[in-house]
Design a protein. Structure first.
Ligand code: ADP
Ligand code: TRP
Length: 337
């Protein structure tokens, strides 16, 4: 992999807070995989961030392993992208502290996701409040240019740009000002029509199969238009989800059948189920193989951490110097990596 000066750097993270779903895939993971051929990619499992909502150590480590398996099965190629656990690069927490000293309380107080989470009953810890600062550190420590995410993360990237600008004005131009990148499916609806999210309990999991998957798909909320009556595809969750998998012709064909009447939502749900089974079949197979070989997955994450950490260290040397500190006195040879 080349890491030349002019190369674009993409970076993104996903929290290991539960099973990944179609919203994660079509909003974020799909573009992460596609971008592997367009620049240097850093993708990580945001386990420090997950501590704001998970207090069960076993659950945190199992979820982390699950996200690693999911990504690798869905096509993340560790020879192209740098794939690692956030906590394997502890320097990021140091940068978060330094950034917090140039971040206004007012900026963080405007964070929509903080307010949302507190409203949903998540403890209003200092960590949860600082969440966007740690996220800015994630992005800036690897000198990233573009952050491919779903719609709900836009405000966080804008806050990151704000922090980078303030740091640069105070200490000199160290950080590129990052921008976000949305896929065309930046807001995938859940089975109830709200945004699909682990925290709304309305997800369809990427790796669900058989009866579990069937139950979820058959449970998608639809209106009570009778079978014979014409239906509006633009107002139907099943149609929206089917569209994620279908070609333009297939979409047009189903839309026509909706408008003509005589087709029930149950039939559309079966078509969606068949599409999902077909689309994810190779990834499901690959995931099963990978799950049998935990040491390979661990080796991939370790190798990714080594590469990520060496970039992070270089940035931190510059940051520490810029603010008036020397590199840490413990020689690097004592480190484990
Ligand atoms: P969740 O809301 O389920 O907790 P995360 O916050 O962990 O999901 O999101 C991980 C990535 O997936 C982020 O880039 C986020 O923007 C994207 N994402 C999550 N839900 C959706 C959705 N319904 N539509 C599009 N993108 C989504
Ligand atoms: N906050 C992101 C989410 O919930 C996860 C995340 C942490 C992230 N650090 C990041 C995403 C840096 C992009 C860049 O989805």
């Amino acid at each position: 992999m080349s890491e030349t000066k002019n190369e674009k750097r993409f970076l993104s993270g996903v929290q290991p807070t539960g099973k990944l779903h179609l919203g994660n895939y079509f909003g974020a993971i799909k573009q992460h995989i596609e971008l592997q051929n367009e620049g240097t990619c850093f993708y990580f499992i945001a386990d420090y961030h997950a501590l704001t909502t998970i207090r069960d150590p076993k659950q945190l480590s199992e979820n982390t392993r699950d996200v690693a398996l999911d990504y690798l099965a869905l096509g993340l190629d560790p020879t192209k992208a740098i794939f690692f656990r956030q906590s394997d690069v502890p320097e990021v927490t140091e940068l978060a502290w330094i950034l917090s000293t140039v971040t206004n309380m007012g900026l963080l107080e405007r964070a929509v996701s903080y307010k949302d989470k507190v409203e949903r009953g998540i403890e209003a810890s200092v960590g949860l409040f600082m969440y966007p600062v740690l996220m800015a550190a994630d992005i800036l420590i690897y000198l990233s240019h573009v952050v491919p995410v779903g719609h709900d993360q836009i405000q966080h990237i804008e806050m990151t740009a704000d922090m980078a600008g303030k740091f640069n004005r105070a200490y000199g131009d160290i950080f590129p000002i990052p921008t976000y990148r949305l896929d065309k499916e930046a807001k995938v609806p859940g089975i109830d029509g709200q945004k699909m999210s682990k925290s709304y309990n309305n997800t369809i999991e990427i790796f669900a199969e058989g009866n579990t998957l069937k139950k979820k798909v058959m449970g998608i909320v639809t209106d009570s238009t009778p079978v014979e009556a014409p239906k509006d595809p633009a107002k139907c969750n099943v149609f929206a989800l089917y569209s994620l998998f279908a070609t333009d012709d297939e979409k047009a064909e189903l839309a026509e059948r909706y408008r003509a009447g005589g087709m029930g939502y149950g039939e559309a749900k079966k078509m969606l189920l068949a599409k999902m089974d077909e689309y994810f079949a190779p990834a499901r197979e690959k995931r099963k193989q990978l799950a049998k070989d935990p040491s390979t997955v661990e080796d991939i994450l370790k190798e990714g951490a080594k590469r990520a950490r060496s970039v992070a260290r270089k940035t931190m040397d510059r940051v520490r110097k810029a603010v008036g500190m020397k590199p840490p006195v413990i020689p690097l040879a004592f480190d484990r990596v």
